[in-house]
Write a protein that binds this ligand. Structure first.
Ligand code: GLT
Ligand code: MN
Length: 411
C-alpha cells in the first residue's frame, strides 16, 4: 500500500468567490467556513499570500493583529500554515512585471514586498516560500531582452533567499511555473523544465543546493498548454528538482488556468500516473490543492463537499496506484517493459559513466550486433497493452477487463 500523502490547500481557494471575467462572485464565504471544512476532509495545512491577509500598504500593527487572528483561527481548526507566497501580481504597480520589471522602481517595490513576506511567513511558521511570477513576463510588446528579464527575475528571487538566510530562516524556496496568464505572451521560467534549468544556472554552489526547487501545478499549468504533466514530472523527480509539495486540481486542456476541482475536465489516466510516479519514486511530499468549486456552488455546504471531493479523489488515485502495483497483468506487462540490458550494452553504459573505454565497448557491441532487421523483430505490442490495462484500472474495470487479455502473453 503506498504511504498516503498529506494534504494542504491555498487559503485563497477557500475564499474564492467563483468570479470570472464576465461576472462577480456567486458566493461570499468567510475563511472560517473553509477552515472548518478542511479538518473534516483530512486537510492538515493551509497556505496564504500576504495580500489574502492584509493590504499591501498595511501598517505593521495591523499586520501583526491579522497574523494573530489568522493563527488563532487556523489552530482552532487544527491546521498549520504550510506555504507562504508574496502576491507580486495584483497591485497595479506590478503591471509591467515585479522582480523582473524593466523599471527599477518596480523592482525595488517587489523586493521590499517579497522580503517583508520572508519575515511575516516566519511568524506564521511557514515551511516554504512560493514564487509564482504572475506578472514576470510580457503581454507581447517584447519590452525587454527576454534573457535579461529571466535573469532579473532569478536575481530578485536570489536577493529574497539571501535575505532569508541572513535572517536565519530555513525555507525551501520554490518557483511555480506557468506558461502564460495573466501575461498574454508568456511568463519567465514558464515550464517545469525551464524553471529547473534557470534555477541550476542562477543558483550554483552548495549554498543553494536543494533549497531552490520547482513546485508545479498539475494538471492546470501544464495541460493549459496542451502538454502532459507526467512527462515533466519525471524530469523533476529524476533531477531532484521537485519541491516537497505539488499543487493539484483540475483543468480542461488548452484553456486558461481553470483551477477546477480535481478530475473535472482532465484525464483520469494522467492523474493516476501523476500519483503513481510520485509514489513509485518514493516522494513523500504534500499535495496542496490549488483549485476551487465552480461558480454554481454558492453555499458553505457546497464548499465543504468540494473539500471532501479533493481529498477523496487523491485517496482514490492512491487506491488505484495500489491496484496497478499489485495487478498480475500489469506485472507481466512491466516485466516485458523493464527488461534487463545485455552485457555488451551494460559495458557501453558503464564506460560512458566512467568516461573511458567507450570506443572499445561500442566496438564490441557493434561486432555482436546482428542487423537492424533483427532489431525490428522484437515485440512491442506490450506498449499498447499497457495503455489498455491502465484505462481499465483508472475506470475500476480491472476484473471484467482481464478478459481482454485472454490469449495474450500477459493474461
Ligand atoms: C495564483 C496562481 C496559483 C499560485 C498562487 C501562488 S497565486 O492563484 O494561479 O497557481 O499557486 O502564488
Ligand atoms: Mn498554484
Amino acid at each position: 500500500m503506498p504511504k498516503p500523502h498529506a494534504f494542504s490547500i491555498g487559503g485563497w481557494c477557500l475564499v474564492s468567490g467563483g468570479s470570472d471575467p464576465f461576472g462577480g462572485p456567486t458566493r461570499k464565504l468567510g475563511l472560517e467556513v473553509g477552515l472548518e471544512g478542511c479538518k473534516a476532509a483530512g486537510i492538515d495545512y493551509v497556505s496564504f499570500h500576504d495580500r489574502d491577509l492584509w493590504d499591501d500598504d498595511a501598517a505593521q500593527g495591523a499586520i501583526d493583529k491579522t497574523i494573530a487572528e489568522t493563527m488563532k483561527l487556523a489552530t482552532k481548526h487544527g491546521l498549520k500554515v504550510y506555504n507562504f507566497t508574496t502576491n507580486l501580481f495584483s497591485n497595479s504597480c506590478f503591471r509591467s512585471g515585479a522582480l523582473s520589471s524593466p523599471f527599477p522602481k518596480v523592482r525595488e517595490a517587489a523586493i521590499v514586498k517579497a522580503c517583508r513576506s520572508m519575515d511575516l511567513a516566519a511568524q506564521m511558521g511557514a515551511k516554504n516560500m512560493i514564487f509564482w511570477g504572475g506578472r514576470e513576463g510580457s503581454d507581447g510588446a517584447y519590452e525587454q531582452d527576454t534573457g535579461l528579464g529571466l535573469r532579473r527575475y532569478m536575481e530578485g528571487v536570489k536577493v529574497c533567499i539571501d535575505y532569508a538566510l541572513e535572517k536565519g530562516y530555513d525555507y525551501k524556496v520554490t518557483i511555480e511555473p506557468k506558461v502564460y496568464e495573466p501575461r498574454l505572451l508568456g511568463l519567465f521560467a514558464g515550464t517545469g523544465s525551464s524553471a529547473a534549468s534557470a534555477i541550476r544556472h542562477h543558483f550554483p554552489g552548495p549554498k543553494y543546493a536543494g533549497r531552490v526547487l520547482v513546485n508545479p501545478e498539475y494538471p492546470q499549468h501544464v495541460a493549459m498548454l496542451g502538454l502532459d504533466p507526467v512527462m515533466e514530472l519525471g524530469q523533476l523527480l529524476e533531477e531532484g528538482m521537485l519541491a516537497p509539495f505539488v499543487h493539484f486540481g483540475g483543468q480542461i486542456t488548452a484553456r486558461m488556468d481553470c483551477d477546477l476541482p480535481p478530475g473535472i475536465g482532465g484525464s483520469l489516466v494522467t492523474d493516476l500516473m501523476i500519483c503513481h510516479l510520485l509514489h513509485s519514486r518514493g516522494w513523500q511530499g504534500i499535495v496542496e490543492f490549488d483549485c476551487h468549486p465552480i461558480r454554481t456552488t454558492t453555499s458553505g455546504a457546497g464548499l465543504k463537499l468540494f473539500l471532501k471531493h479533493c481529498t477523496a479523489y487523491w485517496r482514490m488515485l492512491e487506491k488505484k496506484v495500489e491496484v496497478y502495483q499489485n495487478d498480475p497483468i500489469v506485472r507481466k506487462i512491466r516485466a516485458a517493459l523493464d527488461q534487463k540490458a545485455g552485457s555488451e550494452l551494460e559495458a557501453v553504459m558503464r564506460a560512458s559513466q566512467q568516461g573511458a573505454g567507450v570506443v572499445g565497448a561500442v566496438g564490441t557491441l557493434t561486432r555482436s550486433f546482428k542487423s537492424f532487421e533483427a532489431a525490428s523483430e522484437i515485440g512491442t505490442d506490450v506498449i499498447e497493452a499497457h495503455a489498455y490495462r491502465l484505462i481499465q484500472i483508472a475506470a475500476g474495470m480491472q476484473e471484467e477487463g482481464a478478459l481482454l487479455f485472454a490469449g495474450t502473453p500477459w493474461a
